[in-house]
Design a protein around this ligand. Structure first.
Ligand code: NAI
Length: 396
């Protein structure tokens, strides 16, 4: 089974691959992995040993270098584990290909180094064909039954509304004409579905969250889902907000301040890229509560924090007789280490769904993993998790 990571040498991708290699060698417990829970043991999920990694990148580095960087700057992974998995990391490095900078905006473009710069003058069709060929080549070279393409690349600027109203045939015509700005995340998703792969979007970028891509997945008999992994503060929101709703407590305001210092934080420091993430973190409360309290979400880049994130939330609410009360919480987590196990879970569940045969379209049963889930209108975490458990019973 292939895992194809878009943003292959980023923080989340590197931690995913480090974790996978450690799991393959039995060097780590399975804490943090949803798919290791007892209720998923009869589902027939793939074994860690079955996975091979490749991906697209726009920076020139390697898994060993990226993992060392995380180890030194963010105080994660132990040195002995890194030593033992070095060989596997190098093997996976050889499958990483240059991605595309098409319509990613100036902040992401400024990160680019190495081979990707040789592809700057391609047309949209040429880029799409190249990305597709990379997937086909990876599958053939490694004799893989299936490939799951996972977008873990930097958050793009938001897109214009027009793309959301297009059918697949409209979008296909626009790719051919080459006169329409298709976001890179969507191009990667198209390449995946056309190559017969499944596609998962772990980022707030638009990717496959479009009617045109749903059309394409139905036509090609492929699977997709997204968007934006729900790992920390928003996970807390989707668990706490139903409590306020179910006890009829009136939330007047909910303020969340986030600080962190990794490369993702640096990209999100650009207000345009940041607006995509803030929207993704903010819409949930209105959906769960049924009304809109005053909200503020701030995301600030503080370099010394490295991959560690602190979120402070202040929730101002009214109880009986209109009495104002306050709940506050502090969340301190390591961003990539929260995300990586979920990436592995999503790959395992997606591959299992594909193996059932005759499955296509959006995988709504995976909604508990996302801040802006596709294929469900249930915003409460526990209801979303029920969908996953119901799926597991069906598959077992
Ligand atoms: P990162 O900045 O460390 O990694 C992103 C990688 O993508 C970089 O290596 C970059 O060079 C690469 N990249 C950028 N544009 C690309 C393109 N067009 N094609 C191929 N590669 C490209 O960021 P991190 O922390 O790994 O996060 C990755 C994504 O996951 C971000 O969009 C983030 O918002 C999202 N995410 C992360 C969560 C977490 O860490 N807890 C939670 C939810 C979502």
């Amino acid at each position: 089974i292939g895992i194809w990571l878009i943003g292959a040498w980023g923080g989340v991708a590197t931690t995913t691959v480090t974790g996978l290699a450690a799991l393959q060698q039995g060097l780590t417990p399975e804490y943090g992995l949803v798919s290791a829970l007892p209720q998923f043991q009869n589902v027939g999920l793939a074994d860690w040993s079955q996975f091979v990694v490749g991906g697209h990148e726009i920076r020139d580095t390697s898994y060993v270098e990226a993992a060392q960087h995380l180890h030194q700057n963010s105080r994660v992974f132990d040195a002995a584990t890194l030593d033992k998995i070095e060989g596997t990391l190098k093997e996976f490095d050889s499958n990483v290909r240059p991605g595309t900078l098409m319509n990613v905006g100036p902040t992401i473009t400024s990160l680019a180094t190495g081979d990707v710069l040789n592809h700057k003058d391609e047309t949209t069709s040429q880029t799409l064909e190249r990305l597709k060929q990379d997937l086909v080549h990876f599958q053939k070279k490694n004799d893989l039954a299936h490939v799951v393409v996972m977008n873990v690349s930097s958050t793009e600027p938001p897109q214009t509304e027009e793309i959301k109203s297009l059918s697949w045939s409209d979008l296909e015509a626009k790719i051919g004409a080459g006169d329409f700005a298709i976001p890179a995340s969507t191009l990667y998703a198209i390449a995946a579905l056309q190559a017969g792969c499944s596609h998962v979007n772990f980022t707030p970028s638009i990717g496959c969250d479009l009617p045109a891509l749903e059309d394409l997945s139905q036509q090609t008999g492929t699977l997709h889902v997204g968007r934006d992994g729900k790992t920390g503060e928003t996970l807390m929101k989707s668990i706490l907000a139903p409590m306020f709703a179910n006890r009829n407590l009136n939330v007047m305001s909910w303020v969340g301040h986030n600080i962190f210092g990794n490369l993702d934080g640096k990209v999100l420091d650009d207000p345009v890229n940041k607006s995509n993430k803030v929207h993704s973190k903010d819409h949930l409360l209105t959906e769960i509560l049924g009304y809109k309290p005053q909200t503020l979400v701030s995301i600030e880049y503080i370099e010394s924090m490295g991959d560690w994130k602190t979120a402070w939330d202040h929730i101002h609410f009214q109880g009986f007789l209109g009495t104002p009360m306050v709940m506050q919480f502090t969340w301190q987590g390591c961003d990539s280490l929260l995300a990586a196990p979920l990436v592995l879970d999503l790959i395992r569940f997606t591959e299992r769904q594909w193996r059932r045969g005759d499955q296509s379209g959006t995988m709504g049963f995976l909604s508990s993993f996302f801040k802006s889930p596709m294929g469900t209108d249930l915003p409460q975490f526990h209801k979303q998790f029920d969908l996953l458990e119901a799926w597991a019973e069906e598959v077992s």
